[in-house]
Design a binder for this molecule. Structure first.
Ligand code: UD1
Ligand code: UDP
Length: 361
């Protein structure tokens, strides 16, 4: 029997870990599972809704760290997680993605001599101004087992000297969640369409500090959205970080054309992604989901750690300037909506089964 301690903390972690938790539950004689929520995200629509919709067990432990500066948040997670590891003495700690909870828990476990597995290892933007890049690099170099989602991840890890036997290319567990829940999401589409009066529309998400913390950049993006909103409805579920920043811009009545809503549950958001004419985002996960769905995606960033979404998928990078965003959106919309999606290697709904098989060994 292996005791596995799963970490979740921020919104994208739930979609990555839910399928692994479900898959391991099929082997009750092999795995004992403990779920730790760091509390990095805590609003009901950034956390609780995903437990319900993704049918995840309620966390065994909630560290309730809340928000803070990077150092404060990372340190508090470490302080509160250390006794949990000492208490449960797990065989493995599984950490997903690239958020502060990921690196904090990896650091605690590895210093206590507990093996760490990183789900979504090897991604690199090669941009150290991005906090997530630092989290990725540190976590990968601490991990004993590195589960990669795309070939670039394998190459990056080998280039950094990670021994090949630690690298395990499993595919994308976030896509496992999408594959499982797309039918449920589709069932919600007629209701959403009616609620927002949607036919053709652009779906927007934004929360990268490089876009929303700098008010001049955020102003450029909002100006673009208002302009795009004159031509086609724009629906924008606003991340809490972004909500605070938008409030400090003086946009007057001009945002009335935009459909600004609270962060959405996974099923509604997925339905809106699947039916969008275009998605404009800076989210890592949304670049991947739109690629899987074949929905055109503009990523308001100068780089991406997910190059497969550009090479084989529907994603395109665009500078966060009003004129560039409007032009790119017009071009994308002129080309029509969703295309036949390209099936990426191992993005097939079975990544969690491969993670589980490796941990059964
Ligand atoms: C975090 C991750 C980012 C990830 C994103 C997913 C880090 C460094 N960043 O960014 O990689 O893409 O989550 O959404 O780990 N807030 C609330 N309610 C909440 C959570 C946050 O109001 O439930 C507000 C707080 O004011 C907080 C701010 O949002 O200060 C930012 O939250 P934080 O977790 O620090 O970073 P994110 O921008 O959410
Ligand atoms: N998502 C959601 N509701 C929203 C916006 C996004 O459920 O209002 C989902 C999205 O489908 C994806 C995940 O959240 O599964 C991506 O998380 P986020 O963009 O917060 O983080 P990132 O992927 O950039 O780290």
């Amino acid at each position: 029997m292996k005791r596995i301690l799963h970490i979740v903390g921020a919104r994208p972690n739930f979609m990555k870990m839910a399928p692994i938790i479900h898959e391991m539950a099929r082997y009750p004689n092999e795995f004992e599972q403990i779920l730790v929520h760091t509390g990095q995200h805590y609003d009901a629509n950034m956390s609780q809704v995903f437990f319900e919709e993704l049918e995840m067990p309620w966390p065994d432990v909630n560290l309730e760290v809340g928000s803070g500066s990077h150092a404060q948040q990372t340190a508090l997670i470490m302080q509160r997680f250390e006794p949990v590891v000492l208490d449960y003495k797990p065989d493995w700690v599984l950490v997903p993605g690239d958020v502060n909870s990921t690196v904090a828990c990896a650091l605690v476990a590895s210093k206590l001599g507990v093996k760490v597995a990183h789900v979504e290892a090897g991604l690199r933007s090669f941009d150290r101004t991005m906090p997530e890049e630092i989290n990725r690099v540190v976590t990968d170099h601490l991990a004993d087992l590195l589960f990669t989602t795309e070939p670039s991840g394998n190459d990056n890890l080998r280039n950094e000297g990670i021994p090949p036997e630690k690298i395990c290319f499993v595919g994308n567990t976030m896509i496992d969640t999408l594959v499982r829940l797309l039918p449920k999401a589709e069932a919600r589409w007629p209701g959403l369409q009616e609620r927002f009066g949607l036919e053709r529309y652009v779906l927007v998400t934004l929360h990268r500090p490089s876009n929303v913390d700098d008010l001049a950049t955020l102003n450029e993006i909002m100006t673009a959205l208002i302009e795009i909103g004159r031509q086609i409805p724009v629906i924008f579920p606003v991340h809490p970080r972004t909500r605070q920043r938008i409030a400090s811009l003086d946009l007057g009545q001009s945002t009335e054309r935009l459909i600004l809503v609270e962060p959405m549950g996974y099923l509604d958001f997925l339905a809106l992604e699947a039916h969008a004419s275009l998605v404009l985002t800076d989210s890592g996960g949304v670049q991947e989901e739109t690629t899987y769905l074949g929905v055109p995606c503009l990523t308001a960033r100068s780089n991406t750690e997910r190059p497969v979404t550009i090479r084989q998928g529907t994603n395109r990078l665009v500078a966060s300037r009003a004129a560039d965003l409007v032009k790119a959106a017009q071009e994308a919309l002129a080309m029509g909506g969703a295309t036949a999606a390209v099936k990426l290697e191992l993005w097939d709904g079975y990544a969690a089964a491969r993670v589980t098989a490796r941990l059964l060994q």
